[in-house]
Write a protein that binds this ligand. Structure first.
Ligand code: FAD
Length: 464
């Protein structure tokens, strides 16, 4: 029996495992999937979790429930010694151990890319995991609640100022959702008006949403401005010590909610901890058939897909000749990888991955969206509806689709969910909130500490 080890259960890894379950014959191979989280995260709907439209637990897909023939291990892979066909598995709070395999599939995705700058580790929150989405949502809820009890002044202004860094899809979507959510919270906070809230989107280049046409990008800018958002183009963040966001223009924005979405990088822990070939951008080198290697040859028994891999884009549309890091590619690559792996196990030939980008769709607050499908574009409520339909339909499994569509229906009828559970994040805090227990440390609602910059080059957060 061949032993297949899949590293990472995101779009690419989950679909590889799921497909393998239906393709493999009994006794043909044993599949093990390792991920530090017991669920696959649908990152594309995290902005809607932030905006209180989707219950956090519905944005993830539990692995054990859906992968019944796969051995699921909740741990990190911290080393891959492909020369000896073994990986180092590190469960949280436990001793690392070695796991032997015959075929390895590396699908550990990307992490938020943060640059070392004063104050970033203490103040910025990434948006790659559902935990981060909940922290952002609860921070907004808590801040609006506290601000409603304060007189006008600098303390209240800081609580009501949101800064999002990065004008790509993730940044614009979370910015729009936060704006929309804050507006709906004002309806239940009569002490505050929309003029009391301040929303800043910071983008280093001269435009937002590079995935859609310049015209659509301009339209989104004007929509965000109409809803009271300030977009700073051609502007970089220099520091954010104590939440004071200092811009390259000299402007200083004091804020208690700073979201960082300015870039992703291939998972450095997995790439640097392995002996598989990587390119100059830290991605595992893959061929179009998803085997690790390049045109000169393959690394036997090693496969890679998704954001962690540099997969040639044979459709001719990819930036620099490679597939863009998005779910559209990761899902399709995962499915093909499973088919190719089974073909190779049975002595057949793998197929090359070819997928022409279908376009992009984004929602940025209730009723507002933009869609680009090949040469066609749509803006406004219809695009927003298309965004919801697309995201709902691509959610893996019928059970999850139903939960996501139910959340939207409930939101439509009952409004957004506005209860923050931030104070009850641990049992200790829960008892403190009700007057008992031991005094806990300061607010737990902070992003995880960053690894030291020298270990990983640019500081990376977001990876569990
Ligand atoms: C806010 C946001 C919105 C987005 N919107 C869209 C969109 O609308 N459309 C689109 O196409 N794309 C979108 N994307 C991008 C898309 O989500 C990613 O490209 C996609 O998730 C990549 O899939 P993947 O399987 O390669 O990696 P991931 O989905 O990132 O999965 C990687 C997995 O590896 C696991 N892992 C990490 N470290 C280890 C380790 N050491 N050992 C084992 N496992 C590990 C992680 O826990 C995770 O489960 C969005 C991304 C974000 C953050």
């Amino acid at each position: 029996m061949s032993r297949i080890l899949i590293v990472g259960a995101g779009w690419a890894g989950f679909y590889t495992a799921w497909r393998l379950e239906s393709l493999l014959n009994e006794g043909e191979a044993e599949v093990t999937l390792v991920d530090p989280l017991p669920y696959m995260t649908y990152q594309g709907i995290l902005p809607e979790v932030v905006g209180g439209s989707i219950e956090p637990g519905h944005s993830v897909v539990p692995l054990r429930r859906n992968l019944k023939a796969t051995r699921v291990i909740t741990a990190k892979v911290t080393g891959i010694d492909h020369g000896h066909r073994r990986a180092t598995i590190t469960p949280e709070g436990d001793e690392p151990y070695e796991l032997e395999y015959d075929q390895i599939v590396v699908t550990a995705g990307g992490v938020t890319r943060m640059f070392p700058m004063p104050g970033i580790a203490e103040n910025a929150i990434g948006l790659k995991t559902v935990e981060e989405a909940v922290v952002i949502r609860d921070r907004l809820l808590g801040n609006v609640d506290t601000a409603a009890q304060l007189p006008p002044g600098t303390a209240r202004d800081r609580l009501l100022t949101v800064v999002v860094i990065g004008g790509g899809f993730a940044g614009v979507e979370v910015f729009g959702e936060l704006r929309s959510f804050a507006t709906s919270l004002l309806e239940i906070s009569p002490q505050l008006t929309i003029e009391d809230t301040h929303f800043h989107l910071i983008e280093a280049t001269g435009r937002i949403l590079p995935e859609v046409s310049e015209e659509s990008g301009e339209w989104v800018l004007s929509e965000l401005a109409r809803r009271g958002g300030t977009v700073h183009l051609d502007t970089q963040v220099r520091s954010m010590v104590d939440g004071d966001v200092v811009l390259s223009t000299g402007e200083v924005i004091p804020s208690d909610l700073i979201v960082w979405t300015a870039g992703v990088m291939a998972n450095p822990v997995v790439v640097k901890g392995s002996d598989l070939p990587a390119d100059e951008r830290g991605r595992i080198r893959a061929r179009a058939d998803l085997r690790v290697g390049d045109e000169d040859g393959i690394v036997e028994g090693a496969w890679a897909a998704g954001d962690i891999a540099a997969v040639p884009d044979l459709s001719g549309g990819g930036i620099g000749g490679y597939c863009a890091p998005n779910a559209q590619h990761a899902v399709r690559q995962g499915k093909l990888l499973a088919r190719n792996l089974v073909a190779v196990l049975r002595g057949g030939e793998p197929e090359a991955y070819v997928h022409e980008n279908l376009g992009a769709v984004a929602g940025f607050g209730h009723g507002q969206g933009v869609l680009q499908f090949r040469d066609r574009e749509l803006r406004g409520p219809l695009a927003w509806l298309a965004h919801r339909v697309c995201h709902g339909l691509v959610t893996p499994t019928w059970e999850r689709k139903l939960r996501v569509f139910s959340d939207w229906t409930e939101q439509h009828i009952l409004g957004r969910s506005t209860a923050s559970l931030a104070r009850n994040r641990t049992q200790r805090d829960a008892s403190e909130a009700t007057g008992g227990g031991v005094k806990a440390g300061k607010d737990l609602v902070v992003p995880a500490p960053l690894p030291p910059a020298e270990e990983n080059g640019p500081v990376a957060v977001g990876s569990p």
